[in-house]
Design a protein around this ligand. Sequence first.
Ligand SMILES: NC(=O)NCCC(=O)O
Ligand SMILES: [Zn+2]
Ligand SMILES: [Zn+2]
Length: 461
Amino acid sequence: MGKIMINGTIVTAADTYQADLLIEDGKIASIGKGLNRETHEIVDASGYYVFPGGIDPHTHLDMPFGGTVTADNFETGTRAAAFGGTTTIIDFCLTDKGKPLSDSIRTWHDKSRGQAAIDYSFHLMIGEMNAEVLAELPEVIREEGITSFKVFMAYKNVFQADDGTLFQTLLAARKLGALVMVHAENGDVIDYLIREALQAGNTEPIYHALTRPPVLEGEATGRAAKLTGLAQSQLYVVHVTCAEAVKQIAEARASGVEVWGETCPQYLVLDRSALEGPDFEGAKYVWSPPLREAEHQEALWNALRCGELQTLGSDHCSFNFKGQKDLGRHNFSLIPNGGPTIEDRFSILYSEGVAKGRIGLNQFVDIVSTRSAKLFGLFPRKGTIAVGSDADLVLFDPVVERTLSAETHHMNVDYNPFEGLKVTGEPVSVLVRGEFVIRDKVFVGNSGTGQYLRRVGYSGG
Ligand SMILES: NC(=O)NCCC(=O)O
Ligand SMILES: [Zn+2]
Ligand SMILES: [Zn+2]
């Protein structure tokens, strides 16, 4: 049955206005006033903002990492995402050197098929570049609709690729119309600093941050941007944490190089002091790149506000404190890197951004949804409210006050890094392709209704 959503305030990246939405066959069929269909269910959105569903361009679900596997899989992670107002995720498909890319993609399909409550797509990791990989890429784009390739410049001896691989990936992406993503940290120098810290007996979580200083993120970001300019290609820098990296991105953009930047909620509201918590609590806050000193937060907010950074990814990569983060109790370098953020990404950006006056309401929609849809080949099917777009919608109460907590979250993990953070606003109901997944804060969706999304090639942001 179709639906008519009435009395809501529609908010897109461009406009804010009162209108009703006619929803048929999972799509927005009409936008206007006084829409009337006797056969349709009426959904009253009085008092709510109606946003396009959030698009999270950076998740790690069911991913082996740091000697363990993430606590959230596609079932639990996408359900939590839906509670948080996200209706599409793009997850990172890891690859193994020496194996066909298609094997890894099949593995990621096997993990996700029949599990997801919201729509999803994959980015593909490129760990090496050779004739076999090059030959497979056109098919990856054509058959799988995967139009973004991820290169790790850190995690030496695990995921790290060399500059030659990055450069050749940039060249291939230019030719094929894809977007190259980088984790930008200088992995070789970090590896040295970690060994030096451990030799000196420095094993606590804070040394995770001290061995990955901002200069090494800035250096790698600048290097990747320079290589992008040389290749005349396009680059998306994931999880930007610091002023040094923002500066490199801004300089590259100012000189005409197509570089985009993403930050994450943790870098906007948490700081390095969290790693010094007692009883190994600091392990909960181990991300790479690490949390920075508090002054970097303002640099990130400024960059979002003025468009030097364009998106917010969760980088959701959840590990339980007990039994997983524990692996590094006596050696910070063995703490699995990452944290649970998929559920709170949307609300933190609204509360800390819009409600506190740091960004505008339409800019919020751009950062949390629209820009990722454009960059990653999903627009205008996703990322906006327009006739013909998927009816992925969030009914958002902009005034309710609440406190984020592991007691109430839906992620499959035993802590919340934002525990105790008071936020303004909450997703109340969430629809994916016209069907409720969350209705009045209750999960009414199904694991398995989420569809795999084939994306089109890169055409700018
Ligand atoms: N960011 C992090 O600490 N964990 C997830 C993997 C990555 O994105 O580097
Ligand atoms: Zn990373
Ligand atoms: Zn990540």
